[in-house]
Structure formats: C-alpha cells, structure tokens
Design a protein around this ligand. Sequence first.
Ligand SMILES: Cc1cc2nc3c(=O)[nH]c(=O)nc-3n(C[C@H](O)[C@H](O)[C@H](O)COP(=O)(O)OP(=O)(O)OC[C@H]3O[C@@H](n4cnc5c(N)ncnc54)[C@H](O)[C@@H]3O)c2cc1C
Length: 332
Amino acid sequence: MMHRQDAPDNHDAAEERTAAAVRDLAGTVGEGLLEIDTVLSEVTTFHIGGPAAGLAHVRTSDDARRFLEFAGEREIDVLGLGGGSNLLVDDNGFCGLILRMEMTDVVFGPGTVRAGAGLPFDELIALSLAAGRPGLEFASGIPGSLGGAVVGNAGCYGHEIGEFVLEATLLRPDGSVERVGPEDLGFRYRSSDLKGSDTLLLDVLIHAEAGNVTAAVAERHEHLTDRLRKHPVDEPCAGSYFQNLAPSSPGERRRAAGALLDELGVRGWREGDAAVYHKHANIIVNLGRATCLDVLTLAGRMKAAVVDKFGEELVEEVRHLPRHRTGRGFCG
Ligand SMILES: Cc1cc2nc3c(=O)[nH]c(=O)nc-3n(C[C@H](O)[C@H](O)[C@H](O)COP(=O)(O)OP(=O)(O)OC[C@H]3O[C@@H](n4cnc5c(N)ncnc54)[C@H](O)[C@@H]3O)c2cc1C
C-alpha cells in the first residue's frame, strides 16, 4: 500500500515507521542518493517548509522503481517532486520520502522531442528553439520541471503543455512502467489525472516540428521580459496562488482571480511575513520568514473576502503539502 491514512493519534506510529525506514534505506543506497531530514524550504520556490524524513535523488527509472517499491514495502508515504515551484510545504515538513525527479535526458526525433521529467521546463523550451523546433515558447519562464508542468498542465497566454504531449512514460505504484497517450492523461485546466495520483511521471514525448524559429525567439524574449516585470524577482513565491475562475457562460474565457482580488484591494495585505505581492493581487510572497501558517491564514482571508463580496469560491492553484497525508495521491 502506498499511502497511510493514519488518524492523528497514529501519527506517532507513522513518524517512527518512516524514520526507521529512511535510516535503513540510507544504509543500502549509494553515496549522495539519499538525504535525511532535508529542510524542504531549500527545495521549494516559496522557501517555506520543514524537514522531510528522507529526500531521494531519482536519476534513473531504476532509481524511481527501487525507491517506490521500498516505500510500498515499508508502508511510508512518498511525494514526487520537480522544481518545487507549485508547493506550499507544512512548517513541520513531510513525514515520508520525497522523490526528487532528476532525469534530464533530451532526445530530438523527427517532429518530436523526448525529455526526462526532471528537466527544467524552460530549459526544454530553450533547447527546442536552439534545435529549430518552435512551439513551446508561449511557456517561456515558467519555473519548475517538465514533469511538474505536465502533471499540472501548466500554461499561460492561452496555451497549455497538454496540447503538445504525445506520450508519457509512467511508473505505476505496482512497479510497472507504461507508455500512454494524452487521451489517458486527463488534461484539464491546471491539472491532469496524474495530479494527486499514485503514479510517477518519468519522461514525456512532446510534439516539436522543425520550423523557422525567428518569431518564436522574439516571442520568448517578450514573455521573459514580461515575467520579469510582473512577477516577483527577489521575493520567494509559488506563482499564482488561486486558479482563475470558470467562465460565466460556455465559450467565454476564464475570469482572472487576480481581477476579483484587485477589486477588493488585497495588494499589500499581510500575515506575519506572508504578503500579497504589490504588483499582482493573485501572488503571495514570502517577505523573509513567512511560515506555511502565515500563507494559509492570508489565503484564507483572501478567499473569505471573495466569497463575501462576489459569492465565488476561489480554488487554490498552489498545492499544500501537510506533514501527514490524510488521503491518497502524491500531494495534498
Ligand atoms: C514566479 C512563478 C511563475 C509561475 N508562472 C506559472 C504560469 O505562468 N503558468 C503555470 O501553469 N504555472 C506557473 N507557475 C507555477 C509552477 O511553476 C508550475 O505549476 C510548474 O509547472 C510546477 O512544476 P514543478 O516541477 O515545480 O512542480 P512541483 O512544485 O515540484 O510539483 C507540483 C505537483 O506535481 C507533482 N509532480 C512533480 N513532478 C512529478 C513527477 N515527475 N511525477 C509525479 N508527480 C510529479 C508534485 O507531487 C506536485 O503535486 C509559476 C510559479 C512561479 C514561482
């Protein structure tokens, strides 16, 4: 079984079981493959979060299988981690094994590129343009890994990565490896069937026809410049905190959560060291020592204000990772 569903009074048992398992694992894996009690604020862009019982560096699909099988045998929780740019980790950290996906191979084929889930998404875009393959430039500057982008169907400027995915290699919890097409990945707005599932994404085959990249390179430059202007550069964050709202009627565009929040004047709202970014009402930044609780409290105030004024329920885009998992899936 992949995930414990311990009641709070069983958390002590989970802590002991997990710590013992991670110690045993450390005795069997090669040097540098496993870290104990790594503070997760160091591997997330929010720079928030306490220690994980273990953090394993996954550099091959064999590593992934081995760690996943071990976690299953010892009944400890796991979380697949990419760039940590969409996560809010609990102040107490994570009672489980973090599998940090670090496979970064890239192979261009006719009309395609296959890349490891751990490759930084923006690096794939830069490499594709350098290889004369336009298409992904709309996403220039999205932080994190290719895997995280596919799991969350990352997007902007009217496009999403899911439109370009031809195939994904998945590692199922039973240790089997499967290649599936996009129709089996359930892409939807900022999500896919992989999000919150027990499956690890190993690599992705992306549509990447050869073509003239002049316009694409210019578009990339424009988006990178725009992001530098609009997004926090010095203050840690995890991007847009809330999802945009469903369209009011079919065929219309989603309504920007930031626009509603702006009507409430939330820019500058603050809880401890968590604050709403002064240039963007839908981004929460860490001013230095923000805790997970600061962020959750601030986000809760923002949500409540939107319900009061507009009768709308905002849904979090950033995923909160508690210390103890209470449900199934890799996250939250
Ligand atoms: C400044 C800033 C700007 C941003 N702009 C955008 C934007 O324009 N559009 C957008 O969509 N997002 C944006 N984001 C959010 C974030 O960058 C994306 O969601 C990104 O794709 C997350 O990738 P990651 O590797 O960091 O995922 P992580 O944060 O590491 O993980 C996110 C989720 O995916 C799971 N996961 C990650 N890798 C794997 C894997 N290989 N197998 C299984 N599960 C996995 C994790 O368990 C977790 O549930 C922004 C963030 C920041 C900080």
